[in-house]
Design a binder for this molecule. Structure first.
Ligand SMILES: CCCCCCCCCCCCCCCC(=O)SCCNC(=O)CCNC(=O)[C@H](O)C(C)(C)COP(=O)(O)OP(=O)(O)OC[C@H]1O[C@@H](n2cnc3c(N)ncnc32)[C@H](O)[C@@H]1OP(=O)(O)O
Length: 158
């Protein structure tokens, strides 16, 4: 079921302008994917519909794109979970003081990801250990999990 995100703020839209050029999720990169990650309760969610140019085998999505959007959903999720853990409101904020980058990303490709349908990405917090944030992710199409991912995001120092 597609969650209505209309009244939610995407974590990537709360990155300050000078850090908003990421190819995968920067709001200021018109050529990028502009992935949006939302915190909904205890999990994060994002939706993405790949363009046909990101085809692998005919009818299925290129794995590099899958890794790319899970990468950005993972760091966005990590930032969102840190904010939640530290009671930093995403509702009232215009920017957030949390920056996370990917140290490690693992993707398991479970099933071919069909082209032409909306993909649903979910993230769940596994642990926060100091500056290390582990997030488990799934990528689902038509109700079938096509890929799972795990990410170790590192919270940057000031
Ligand atoms: C790129 C710069 C942008 C800056 C602006 C901010 C941007 C904010 C907006 C975000 C925009 C979207 C982002 C999209 C997602 C990307 O695509 S990010 C781009 C890809 N990632 C990178 O380029 C990161 C490159 N790596 C690095 O810069 C550094 O290695 C890191 C990850 C910052 C860590 O360096 P560090 O801060 O010196 O921390 P370090 O002490 O080495 O490690 C901390 C802990 O993590 C552990 N660790 C580190 N790496 C690993 C690993 N690979 N495996 C296991 N453990 C590890 C260490 O063992 C250590 O553990 P403890 O001893 O604390 O238990």
């Amino acid at each position: 079921m597609h969650i209505n995100t209309k009244n939610l703020k995407a974590i990537q839209d709360l990155y300050p302008d000078e850090l908003a050029h990421c190819y995968g999720c920067g709001k200021s990169n018109p050529d990028g994917f502009q992935l949006k990650t939302y915190l909904v309760g205890d999990e994060t969610i994002a939706y993405f519909t790949p363009q046909p140019k990101y085809t692998a085998l005919p009818g299925s999505v290129y794995g590099g794109l899958i890794a790319s959007i899970l990468d950005c959903h993972g760091t966005g999720s990590a930032a969102a979970f840190v904010c939640k853990n530290e009671h930093i409101s995403l509702v009232d904020a215009t920017t957030i003081p949390v920056r996370c980058v990917t140290a490690l990303l693992k993707i398991d490709f479970k099933n071919p990801t069909p082209m032409g349908v909306e993909l649903e990405l979910k993230g769940k917090l596994r642990s926060i250990e100091g500056r290390k944030i582990w997030v488990d992710m799934t990528l689902t199409a038509n109700g079938i999990i096509c890929a799972t991912g795990e990410i170790l995001a590192i919270r940057l120092k000031d």
